[in-house]
Write a protein that binds this ligand. Structure first.
Ligand SMILES: Cc1cc2nc3c(=O)[nH]c(=O)nc-3n(C[C@H](O)[C@H](O)[C@H](O)COP(=O)(O)O)c2cc1C
Length: 217
């Protein structure tokens, strides 16, 4: 697929089939994602790719923790986010809600409980950075994540970045024996889309250029 077609066709998928994905394909996706640029080529990302039964075991642990701690998704800002951004987020949730309802669920349950189950994906990339890096190196990891979702699409895989699980990183590090000194940035669920799931009909909108671009010439 052409790179622009891939960019335009990609979207987040929130219901996967349990069809396994081969390690060979995942390795190729990771190799292609690692072509992302990074400051002085430090490539500061570290990935734990969790598959199959291990992925399910991890989710069971996260769901147990969710029932105790109820950490949920949110903008997670220290200050008030300007209305224009909040509006986009609300529009997104409003678009998803009726589809989730058609699946017999509600947004809170679906986004949290299915999210912690990585929406049923057979594989999840857990992306970390070493704590020694300054916060601006998150830019590199963000670029890597962007490349990863596009590389996945290029290899015929659907994906969903899931930031929710970052709130559970203590449990994840404990469960997977990941050193304390590693900081989790994002998880990305990978697999084949469940074409029968209503939620996968959802496509998010994008702001007009005039909302976020100022031309200076
Ligand atoms: C850093 C980050 C965290 C995200 N966290 C979640 C999440 O926890 N749950 C979820 O369902 N989607 C999550 N998403 C997916 C976004 O909701 C999605 O990218 C956005 O609505 C745009 O839709 P699209 O990816 O289909 O184009 C996340 C995306 C990013 C980049």
């Amino acid at each position: 697929m052409d790179v622009l077609e891939t960019i335009r066709a990609r979207k987040s998928i929130r219901a996967f089939t349990d069809e396994p994905v081969s390690r060979e394909i995942l390795a190729q996706v990771l190799k292609d994602a690692s072509m992302a640029p990074s400051a002085i080529n430090m490539q500061p990302w570290e990935v734990h790719m969790v598959l199959g039964e291990e992925r399910k075991r991890l989710s069971r642990r996260l769901l147990r923790s969710y029932r105790e701690r109820r950490i949920t998704c949110g903008p997670g800002a220290a200050r008030v986010i300007p209305e224009q951004f909040m509006q986009r987020s609300r529009r997104c949730a409003e678009g998803m809600a009726p589809l989730v309802q058609r699946m017999g669920s509600d947004m809170k349950t679906y986004i949290n409980e299915r999210g912690l189950d990585f929406y049923g994906a057979p594989a999840v990339a857990l992306i970390f950075i070493d704590e020694s890096f300054p916060p601006d190196r998150m830019t590199d990891v963000g670029l890597f994540a962007g490349y990863l979702v596009l590389a996945a699409a290029g290899h015929g895989l659907a994906s969903c970045p899931i930031g929710l699980v970052v709130g559970y990183q203590d449990e994840i590090k404990d469960h997977l024996n990941i050193p304390e000194s590693k900081v989790m940035v994002l998880s990305i669920a990978l697999g084949k889309p469940d074409e029968t799931a209503a939620i996968n009909e959802f496509r998010s909108s994008r702001a007009d250029l005039k909302e976020f671009v100022r031309w200076v010439d």
